[in-house]
Write a protein that binds this ligand. Sequence first.
Ligand SMILES: C[S@@+](CC[C@H](N)C(=O)[O-])C[C@H]1O[C@@H](n2cnc3c(N)ncnc32)[C@H](O)[C@@H]1O
Length: 235
Amino acid sequence: MDPLPKPFAVPVLSEAERSKQDRADDALFYAEPRFVQHLDGAFRSRLTALYAERIPPDAVVLDLMASWVSHLPEQGRYREVIGHGLNGRELEANPRLDRHWVQNLNLDQRLPLESSSVDAALIVAGWQYLQQPEAVAAELLRVLRPGGLLIVAFSNRMFFQKAPRIWTDGSDRDRLALVAKVLMAQGWPLPQLIAEDTRAEGPLGWLGGHGDPFFAVIATRPQDSDRRQGPIAHA
Ligand SMILES: C[S@@+](CC[C@H](N)C(=O)[O-])C[C@H]1O[C@@H](n2cnc3c(N)ncnc32)[C@H](O)[C@@H]1O
């Protein structure tokens, strides 16, 4: 089946910046499940605390580019948690997901979700693999409700061969700025940026050892009446 037409999006990256070392279909790389943690405990605790603080109870949550683990607080009660990723077995093993689907976002960025149907969209250690982040950002703006929240979190780890050049060549600060720039080009308002050290868990942390550094970009979909006349308004 042909992919659906690309969502309208304002380009930010050049073609060279989208290229990556391993150009084979991403589905091959993710064909076998990886039942591992991609981020350390310090990062995960920081992320869960952020979710507890920012995601309202009863929200419809979209966990885009997810795996077998969820970073949502255990006590959090949400109306629905929808998962997406590239490995069906990992998603089936994720206890927080009420439903999920598998889709390669580098081939087709259109999300099979109703407009204004999601309260909080989350991407953890996933944005770094997007070759068409502009179209994904435009789709997220469409599927979030006015007032809905997008949280893009990442650290400094990656599958290097699968990350586009714009990500592998940049610093942590460049990556924060990049996510913000891509979002704003699609009509998102200025996001909040977080860059923090974490303290390693256990004895290493007591001795001052560091955990995975924590970066997040948090954006709120404006109420329709607040939306500036950006490109997305004409799409
Ligand atoms: C490092 S893992 C992070 C998984 C999860 N968010 C977590 O916190 O454990 C990167 C994830 O990005 C997703 N991913 C990578 N490339 C993708 C692509 N082309 N299309 C859709 N998802 C992709 C996969 O689902 C993979 O599990």
